[in-house]
Every structure is written in C-alpha cells, then in structure tokens.
Design a protein around this ligand. Structure first.
Ligand code: GDP
Length: 382
C-alpha cells in the first residue's frame, strides 16, 4: 500500500480523462483526402458553425500558408492585390488554429467531478474541497486552447497548480523559531492540541527528538493533567530522549504546569518548551475552556493541532472546533503510513487555511516527514 493511493489513483484518472477529452478527434468519414491529422473543436462538429469544411481542413493541412483554401470562396478571394492576400492569410491562420486545438469546456470538467465525487469523498476529500478544485480547474482549463499532443501535460499542470493553491499555506520555520527565542532569552512554547488517541503524545515526542538531533534541548511539559497515565507516558518519552519533564499532580491546572515549564526553560537556558494538553472529545466544553486558559496564560509561539488522518470527515470537524476555540497555527496529520486515502490532508488544510507542519509516518521517533506541498502534489498527480 502506498500513502494516499486511492486519492492518487482518482486524481491521475482525472488528468487522463480530461486530457483524453482534449485530444478527442472527430471521426472522419474518409481518409482518402489526407485529413487523417485534422480534428475539430469540441462537439460542435463540422459545418458552417465550425468554420471549415472537411476539404478546407485537408487543404490547410497539406498546403501551408500560401495556398488558397478550396471551397472557401468569397468576394475577397477574387479581389486582386495585397489586401485580399492579407485577409486570406488571417483566415488561414485562424483555420489552422482551429484544426490544431480543442477547447475543454466547463461541462467536461463538471462531468469528471459528477462521476468522481463519490470516490473523492471516499478518499476523504470534503465536498468543499471538491468544489474548490473544480472551480480552479475551470478557471485554468475551460476555454483554453489545448495544442494537440500536449493536452496531458497541460491538464496535469492545471491539476498541480489547483491542488497547490489548496494545500500550500506557507511554512513554519521551526529552527528559526528556536534561534529567535535564544536571541531574545525566551524559549518558545510549542503547544500540542488534539483528540485523545490522535497521536498527540507520540508526535510531540517525535518533534522533541527532531530538535535533539539538531542540537537543541527541549523541555517537556505534562499539560495533560486529566487522562490517566498521560504523565507517565510523557515521562517514558522523557527518559528515552534524555529530556526533563515538568509535571504536577493529576487534576491540577494545566496552564500552571506549562507556565512552570517555560520558567524552568528560561532559568536553565533550554531551547524550547514542548507541551502536551488534555484531549477529551472536542465536543467537551470544559476542554475548550481549559485550552483557552492555557493559551491566554502562556501565549504559545506555536499551536500545533494533531489530527489522526484516519478519522476521515471528522478530521475536518475537529480542526474547525479547535481552530475556532484557540486558533491553530499548523497541523500534523498522523498515521499517514496506514492511510491509503489521503484526502483528509486537503480537507483539513482547506478548512482552517493553515499549513501542515509534518506528517506522522509510523510509531517510531524517526517517523516524521516534514511536509512539502510541492512534493505532496507531485506524488498525487505526477
Ligand atoms: P494521544 O492520546 O493523542 O496522545 O495518542 P498517542 O500518542 O498515545 O498515540 C495513539 C496511538 O497512535 C499509539 O499507539 C501511537 O503509537 C500511534 N501513532 C501515533 N502516530 C502514529 C503514526 O504516525 N503512525 C502510526 N502507524 N501510528 C501512530
């Protein structure tokens, strides 16, 4: 299984279908006139509205600029002199463009989305994202002339750009954040938010390990004072990573634990405070009140929301609630190693308009992948 397999398959199918449409040829009644390479715009078909008869097109293909168009006689053809010749050149140029290009229409794009909407939903792409993608593709593709033989690259590029517009929300410079804190003598606070089971504790330990590897020393704050065993779980990580964990009793004030951790880091000239928080249901009002207080008291430099990518559409709801309550700065999507769908990344980012910091790609400390929107999009559509 490859990460995002089903979303990838669907999007690549979209590129293929739409470029196939753009390359579509109108069936030819006969090949004897040498018109094998001639094609018509859209479904309009040959006839007066399409501008050129079969003979005209064949002639244009064979002849190049200078020859007159058979059957295209009009009053100006008979006109002697340069003006008539110029007119004719213009007409021929137009004709050549027509026979070598095809316009994709809004309804070509609509029909792909109408057929594919369910599958996109099944890959966790929220309806709002599907609509945004559809509109962006229309802007880029509809009414654009596609040169014959070049449609696939053209359509792929439109998909790439559209997806990038959805998923690229800037980036977070983690090392820069810590270096600035060092200069100011104030270690930054990175606050982790998220549902129980989303992978919040594992993820913050991964980030602590990431900082360690780069020569920075974090301190961990056991801000989840609610869930049984959460403090011990953090202490296990602290021991493994050789990091100090600041803790209080269960049931104590989370804001105060985190405040103490920042003081400890300042006093001991440590580089960064990484704080856990409780993660009961996002529907739990007390949790949101507690988080608001943590944020008010401690003014974190970075609020990281951890979302289990496997939670599908609920991921969007979680992101919305946390963002409304405390304002999220970036997102970590976990368990992408066991998620073939991948659409929740697009959905969450589109919903709150914040960047993905990294992806969780397994249970070990090393299993994090810094998120690159360009790479993500390239993996999806090639
Ligand atoms: P918390 O309740 O949000 O603190 O969640 P935990 O950190 O305890 O993680 C819950 C479970 O998810 C644990 O078994 C973790 O090992 C697992 N987990 C966390 N991140 C990932 C990931 O990126 N991939 C996989 N496969 N498992 C993960």
């Amino acid at each position: 299984m490859h990460m995002f397999d089903s979303l990838r398959k669907k999007l690549r199918e979209g590129v293929e279908k739409l470029s196939g449409k753009a390359e579509e040829e109108v069936p030819k009644p006969s090949q004897k006139d040498g018109s094998a390479d001639v094609w018509e715009p859209g479904a309009r078909g040959p006839g007066p509205a399409s501008g050129a008869s079969r003979e005209e097109r064949a002639e244009t293909e064979r002849s190049g600029d200078e020859k007159p168009v058979a059957g295209g006689a009009g009053p100006e053809r008979a006109r002697p002199g340069g003006a008539a010749k110029e007119d004719e050149k213009g007409r021929l140029a137009k004709l050549r463009e027509k026979v070598s290009t095809r316009e994709l229409t809004g309804s070509d794009i609509d029909s792909f989305f109408e057929e594919g909407e369910m599958e996109l939903l099944q890959s966790d792409v929220a309806l709002e994202v599907t609509d945004a993608l559809r509109e962006k593709l229309k802007e880029k593709l509809a009414a654009s002339k596609v040169r014959r033989g070049k449609a696939s690259g053209f359509v792929r590029e439109a998909f790439r750009e559209s997806l990038l517009e959805i998923v690229d929300r800037g980036s977070i410079d983690l090392e820069g954040l810590v270096k600035e804190g060092r200069k100011a003598g104030k270690p930054p606070l990175i606050l982790f938010l998220g549902y129980n089971g989303s992978g919040k504790t594992t993820t913050l330990a991964k980030l602590a390990s990431w900082f360690r590897e780069r020569g920075f020393t974090p301190v961990l704050a056991a801000g989840d004072t609610f869930r049984a065993a959460s403090i011990e779980q953090l202490e296990v990580h602290g021991k493994r990573l050789g990091l100090r964990v600041i803790k209080h009793q269960y049931g104590s004030d989370s804001a105060a634990v985190i405040f103490d951790a920042r003081k400890y880091a300042e006093k001991n000239r440590l580089d960064v405070v990484i704080a856990d928080t409780a993660g009961r249901q996002h529907t739990d009002k007390n949790l949101m009140d507690e988080l608001r207080k943590v944020v008010r008291v401690n003014q974190p430099e970075l609020k990281v929301l951890v979302v289990d990518s496997l939670t599908g559409n609920d991921a969007v709801e979680q992101a919305r609630r946390f963002h409304e309550a405390v304002g999220v700065d970036c997102v970590v999507m976990t368990k992408t190693d066991v998620n073939p769908r991948g659409g929740s990344i697009l959905s969450v980012v589109h919903t709150i308009g914040k960047p993905v910091l990294f992806l969780g790609t397994g249970q070990e400390y090393m299993n994090i992948e810094m998120f690159s929107p360009e790479r993500f999009v390239r993996e999806l559509v090639g």
